[in-house]
Each structure stands twice: as C-alpha cells, then as structure tokens.
Design a protein around this ligand. Structure first.
Ligand code: TXA
Ligand code: MG
Length: 325
C-alpha cells in the first residue's frame, strides 16, 4: 500500500494533467483527469492506443455517479448499487463535462467504481473523475503488477504507484443496461451468472465471447509477444500434448502439470479454482513471455463462471496465431 504522501503526490499529478498508473482490483490502470481533454490525449499517446477505443471513467464512490452524469435508468442504478465498488463497468450517457476524446466521440460513457481502497483514495484525493484504461501498450498483456507497468510503459508514465499484485487479475465486466435487456459487452471479473441474479437473463454480445467469426481477422488483444496457440476445448482436465521436440515451447496449464519437456510451464490453479486461475492468468503469461520461448501452448479452462472471461482472453491472445514453418 503506497504511503499517504505518495497518494497525495499522485493526486496532484492527476490534477495537473499528468499520468498516474495505479492498482485496481482487476488490473493496473493508467489514469488521467477525465475532465481534461489534453490529459486524456496523453493516455492514447502513452499506450499507442487508437483514438477510436474509448476509455473507462473511474469514480471514488457510487454516490459520485449521479452528480456527474445525472439520473440513470433504474436497471443501471440497480447494478451500481449491488456491485459497486466492484469489477463491473456500466454504460451511461456521456455527460457534457466529459470531453469527447474520453469516449472516442461516442454519446455513451463507460464508468466504474473500483473495489480497491488504494484506487478509491487516490481518486477521492484527486477530486476529479479518472479516465483509466489498463496500463499496457495497446493490444498487449494487461498489467497485474507495478513492474509490468514499468516494463511496458516506462517513461511514458509520470508516476507508478506500487500497490502490489491485483486481486482479480482480469478486467472488469462491461454491461450496457440502458435498454430493455442488459447486454454484456466484455466478459470480465464479475461472472455473468452473478449479474443475471440481479437483472434476469443477460445477452453476451457475440464477439465479447472472443469467438472470432473468422479466425485471424480479429485484432490480437491481451496478447503476449510470443505467439500463443490455444488447444481445443476439453473438459478442463489437462489436454497436454507431449512436448514437441525442436524449438523451446512454453505451456500454460489449467490444473495439471503437463508431461516433461516444456521449456517453461505455468499452472493456473493446482486445485482447479477458477478465481485463482483468473487472478494468475496475465501474471503467468507475462512470465512465459519472459522465458523466451518460440510458442506458448495454452489449455482452455472450464467454460463457466470466471472461466468464460479467462477463455475469452486466451482466444483473443490466440487470434493471430499461425502455424510456423
Ligand atoms: O478492469 C478494468 O476495466 C480496467 C481497470 C483499469 O479499470 N480497465 C480497462 O480499460 O480494462 P481498457 O481501456 O483496457 O478497456 C476498456 C474497454 C475497451 O475495450 C473499450 O472499447 C470499452 O471498454 N468501452 C469504453 N467505453 C465504452 C463505451 N462507451 N461503450 C462501449 N464500450 C466501451
Ligand atoms: Mg486494456
């Protein structure tokens, strides 16, 4: 946990248009004052993020929502009151005070209250809403530790607050609940099953499940630098192939260690716990990337609860994989 002095300094960097990377319960965010178009522009620059990809605005408290955006539809209010603070991002109409660059020109805005004392204290101390994407270069692995941020973004960030590893390990679930039926726009750290308990049946927008319509046409996202190949869906038990000879390959397992021969192995959860697997996913991929292997072979996890979001990230990471040679 950063000291109070660090938080105060970070808050002042945010207020004066700087960029601060900070921990949330999901992944590290790269924050800027959401009311300041120039500060928000710096986020796009630092991440090399295309300007058409809108940012999520972060608030310190659920009570800060309506003063910023005005009255919201009842279903949105119900989800905010049930799940905030927490890993749920809600879509609302963009208020006049938020510059269009934050939402990439959309009339809507994504907003959430992170469940992390450290993040909420920072945002409260800054006294402004904080626009924050994941603190990685566009398309690359999301950071779950301060050192991932430093390695990926380096000098592009004014200040990195090291709060230790993040708890959930994957990004928030994004839901548009403004219409008659809630639609999940991105699978994430709040399982769809939990949402459905409040809203009734939810639709998961095709594409957010990560099932590419035409494999290879989907932009690589959440991707390690090393090519990643996803094995066919099994029952969640190890689908490990024997390690192929020749080049060094890494293996990402769900529960069971694969046969020997892999140059690097990561097991997401030896007990088969999907919460632990989600929390360790990006960290494991960062390590496999650092192991300098020619290819990462990954097992899908069971397609239930948080497993859906984990498989979503794996499918996107594998979307541009092509057989070598
Ligand atoms: O857990 C998280 O959500 C993390 C932490 C830092 O809060 N943030 C995060 O931000 O994952 P980012 O920028 O990496 O992903 C935000 C996603 C983008 O895919 C973007 O397209 C979508 O949110 N998004 C933002 N505003 C939107 C809007 N108005 N309508 C639909 N999608 C939106
Ligand atoms: Mg991201």
């Amino acid at each position: 946990m950063p000291a109070d002095g660090d938080l105060a300094e970070a808050a002042s960097v945010l207020r004066t248009g700087g960029l601060v990377a900070f921990r949330t319960e999901t992944v590290y965010g790269l924050g800027a004052n959401a009311l300041d178009a120039r500060a928000a522009a710096r986020i796009f620059e630092a991440k090399a993020r295309p300007s058409f990809d809108p940012l999520i605005t972060h608030l310190a408290d659920a009570a800060d929502l309506e003063p910023l955006v005005g009255p919201v539809p009842p279903a949105v209010a119900a989800l905010a009151s049930r799940f905030w603070p927490g890993p749920l991002t809600l879509i609302v109409d963009r208020p006049a005070g938020i510059p269009p660059i934050v939402t990439s020109g959309l009339a809507s805005m994504a907003v959430r209250v992170p469940d992390d004392e450290h993040a909420r204290r920072l945002i409260a101390a800054a006294g402004v809403p904080v626009a924050a994407p994941s603190a990685n270069r566009f398309g690359q692995l999301s950071p779950t530790r301060a050192e991932h941020v430093v390695r990926g973004l380096g000098a592009a960030v004014d200040l990195v607050l090291d709060g230790g590893p993040t708890r959930c390990g994957i990004e928030s679930t994004i839901v548009d609940a403004r219409g008659e039926h809630p639609v999940v726009l991105r699978l994430g750290a709040l399982p769809v099953e939990e949402l459905a308990k409040v809203t009734g049946p939810v639709t998961v927008r095709p594409g957010s499940s990560g099932q590419p319509v035409a494999p290879g046409t989907l932009a690589a996202h959440y991707a390690p630098r090393t090519p990643l190949r996803l094995l066919p869906t099994g029952d969640g038990r190890s689908a490990a192939e024997p390690a192929p000879g020749g080049v060094r390959r890494g293996y990402l397992a769900f529960r069971d260690r694969p046969a020997p021969g892999w140059a690097a192995v990561e097991v997401l959860s030896a007990t088969g716990d999907l919460t632990e697997a989600a929390a360790r996913l990006f960290d494991a991929l960062h390590r496999l990337d650092a192991a300098v292997v020619a290819e990462i072979v990954a097992e899908p996890v069971p397609e239930t609860g948080l497993g859906r979001a984990v498989n979503d990230r794996l499918r996107r990471a594998a979307a541009t994989w092509q057989p070598t040679g």
